[in-house]
Design a protein around this ligand. Structure first.
Ligand code: BEZ
Ligand code: FE
Length: 305
C-alpha cells in the first residue's frame, strides 16, 4: 500500500520496525511510535506547533555541553526522571527511597575524614550531619563509600562556579563508613534553589507560570559492595518548596527534621561550636543487589576497593 489513512499510517510505521534485531529495541520503538502518533491525533497538532516543538528540542540540544545536560533537565521537569526511578524501584523492601541524581554530581569525590567541615570556606548557618548505613535488617555496613554534595547558601553548586577548576570542591566529599556503619561531617545548612533558568527548559518553566525551585536538600550516593547503589537526597523539613519541587523528587521518608542547637550545645563528636548550629540525623538502608550507579555525563561513579 502506498497511501495510508492516519490509522494505517501508524500501523505501517510500527510494522517498519518488525525486523529490528533486538526484541527490546523493537518493543521500545514501536511503543514510542504508538504514543507519539496518539499524541498528534489527540491534539490535532498544527504545523506551527510541531515546528515550535522541533525548534524547542533543537535549542535544548544546543544548550548541552560537557558539563551541562539540558535534556536531563527537561526529563526532570517533565517528571520522566522520577517515573523512570519509580518503575525501576518498585519494591523497596524497607530500603531507603531513591530520587533523582541531578546534574551536579561530578564523580570522583575526595575521600575525607569524618568530622571535616566540607564547607569551611563558605558563609552560612553551620550544620552537623550524622548518619549510618545498614542492611535491611539494621546490620551496620562498614567500609562503604558515601558521596555527599549540596548547594551553598546562594543556591549554587561548586561545579556551577566559574572558578571551580582552580578552587576545587566545596560542599562535596566522599566518606567511608566506620566499623559501626557510621559517618559524620560538618557543613552549612543548604537552602532551596532554582534549577538553571537561562535555557529553553527554564524558559518553559517561567512561561508556563511554574516556579523553578527545588526544596533544600543534601544529595547522597551510597555505594555498598553487594548492594544496590542508593541515589537519594535528604530534604530539610519545613522548606517552603517541600510540596512543590520542580522536579517532583520529594518522598515523605526522605524528609528529615533538622534540629537547631545553641552555641553551648556539644556536637555529637564531643567538640564545641563557635555559635548556634543545626543537627541532621538520617540512616540509610540498602538492599542486596549489584551493579554500579549510573554515571552522569562525563563522570565516574565511585569504584569499589
Ligand atoms: C539537583 O538537585 O541538583 C537537581 C536535580 C534535578 C534538576 C536540577 C537540579
Ligand atoms: Fe540538588
Amino acid at each position: 500500500m502506498t497511501q495510508f489513512n492516519d490509522a494505517e499510517l501508524t500501523a505501517a510505521v510500527i510494522k517498519s520496525f518488525d525486523q529490528t534485531p533486538s526484541p527490546r529495541a523493537k518493543f521500545l520503538l514501536q511503543e514510542l511510535v504508538k504514543s507519539l502518533h496518539d499524541y498528534v491525533r489527540k491534539t490535532d497538532l498544527t504545523f506551527e506547533e510541531w515546528d515550535y516543538a522541533i525548534d524547542f528540542l533543537t535549542r535544548t540540544g544546543q544548550k548541552c555541553t560537557d558539563i551541562r545536560q539540558e535534556f536531563i533537565l527537561l526529563s526532570d521537569v517533565l517528571g520522566v526522571s522520577m517515573l523512570v526511578d519509580a518503575v525501576n524501584h518498585r519494591d523497596r523492601d524497607g530500603a531507603t527511597e531513591t530520587t533523582v541524581l541531578g546534574p551536579f554530581y561530578v564523580g570522583e569525590h575526595k575521600v575525607t575524614p569524618h568530622g571535616t567541615d566540607i564547607s569551611a570556606s563558605l558563609p552560612g548557618e553551620r550544620m552537623f550531619v550524622q548518619s549510618r548505613v545498614t542492611d535491611l535488617k539494621g546490620k551496620p555496613l562498614a567500609g562503604v563509600p558515601v558521596d555527599v554534595w549540596h548547594a551553598d547558601e546562594d543556591g549554587f553548586y561548586d561545579s556551577q562556579k566559574a572558578n571551580y577548576a582552580a578552587e576545587g570542591a566545596s560542599s562535596r566529599a566522599r566518606f567511608i563508613t566506620d566499623a559501626d556503619g557510621r559517618f559524620y561531617f560538618r557543613t552549612i545548612l543548604p537552602c532551596s534553589y532554582p534549577i538553571p533558568t537561562d535555557g529553553p527548559v527554564g524558559q518553559m518553566i517561567t512561561q508556563t507560570n511554574r516556579h523553578p525551585m527545588r526544596p533544600a536538600h543534601v544529595h547522597f550516593l551510597v555505594n555498598a559492595k553487594g548492594y544496590e547503589p542508593l541515589i537519594t537526597h535528604v530534604f530539610i523539613d519545613g522548606d517552603k518548596y517541600i510540596d512543590s519541587d520542580v522536579v517532583f523528587g520529594v518522598k515523605n521518608d526522605l524528609i528529615a527534621k533538622v534540629e537547631k542547637r545553641g552555641g553551648d550545645a556539644v556536637m555529637p563528636d564531643g567538640k564545641t561550636s563557635d555559635g548556634p548550629w543545626h543537627l541532621m540525623t538520617y540512616e540509610f538502608r540498602v538492599k542486596p543487589g549489584g551493579g554500579m550507579a549510573p554515571a552522569p555525563l562525563g563522570t565516574k561513579v565511585p569504584e569499589h576497593a
